[in-house]
Design a protein around this ligand. Structure first.
Ligand code: OAD
Length: 252
């Protein structure tokens, strides 16, 4: 089916939906200039080995290098702007909430661009670069100096500051996955946008939605392991597709 036809179908599903869950990944922030994780060449992991940087063991072995790398990402994210995909999702939330439908945005992204675009019903499954946590007390800090004066940065509580993101092998933030799963099991429309659908438990939400009887949709630049299983698969840029989808709602 053509992209135009799929966009119209998705808009019709949104017009009828009583409960919508959207899962986003790095592809939603790609058009803001933030590298995705796995896209060849530009992917963040293409240049770094995650096991060397994104694990508690890496932090314990070399906290200066790990915190410097995350602070560089924090600074580059601060220089980026939300893009039309983020804005379309914030508009979609307002349109659904205005007609008493339920909506939840479940993001794997740690850049807070959904917040900046105005999304409110939001779960950050993998934490955020904008919050750093004291290794001694667990207290969280925001609005910290940028860049840090030293690496690793020291906390006011006497420990070190680590980024408030989920590292490989760590638990997701308390309650985040439960909230995402509850909403997914109750939704009638599930839209996965800009994720390679290879990192669990987030990727498992797509099949959870299908098992719960929801219509499942994927919007991504290249096919993923989920593409063959969803009801509607749209290949394209989120920043182009999502504004067209929201614009087509209500017969627009
Ligand atoms: P990936 O880099 O794995 O996947 C990005 C997806 O976005 C791919 O399917 C691309 O085809 C697609 N994409 C790229 N540009 C796009 C665009 N402009 N519009 C739409 N889609 C686009 O990133 P994630 O799936 O988010 O976890 O990675 C999931 C997790 O893996 C991350 O949260 C991170 C990493 O390990 C942690 O750090 C815990």
């Amino acid at each position: 089916m053509s992209t135009d036809a799929d966009i119209s179908r998705l808009a019709e599903h949104l017009d009828r939906a009583r409960s919508v869950v959207v899962l986003t990944g790095a592809g939603v922030s790609a058009e803001s200039g933030i590298p995705t994780f796995r896209d060849a060449l530009t992917g963040l992991w293409a240049r770094y080995d995650p096991t060397e940087l994104a694990t508690p063991e890496a932090f314990a072995a070399d906290p200066a290098t790990v915190t410097r790398w995350y602070d560089e990402r924090r600074q580059s994210v601060a220089r980026c702007e939300q893009n039309p995909a983020h804005e379309a999702l914030a508009n979609l939330e307002r349109a659904l909430v205005d007609r008493d439908a339920s909506f939840l945005l479940v993001t794997q992204n740690v850049d807070r661009l959904h917040h900046r675009a105005g999304s409110e019903r939001l779960v950050e499954l993998h934490g955020t670069l904008c919050v750093w946590r004291c290794t001694k007390t667990g207290r969280e800090f925001e609005d910290l100096p940028m860049p840090f004066e030293e690496y690793p940065p020291k906390s006011a509580d006497g420990g070190l500051l680590r980024p408030g993101v989920v590292w490989f092998g760590e638990q997701l933030p308390h309650g985040a996955m439960e909230r995402a799963e509850d909403a997914t099991m109750a939704c009638d429309l599930f839209i996965s946008i800009g994720t390679s659908a290879v990192v669990y438990p987030a990727a498992g939400l797509i099949s959870t939605a299908a098992r719960a009887g929801a219509t499942t949709v994927e919007i991504t630049l290249e096919p993923t392991p989920a593409s063959g299983a969803v009801d509607i698969s749209i290949l394209g840029k989120a920043g182009e597709i999502m504004p067209r989808v929201v614009g087509a709602m209500g017969g627009g």
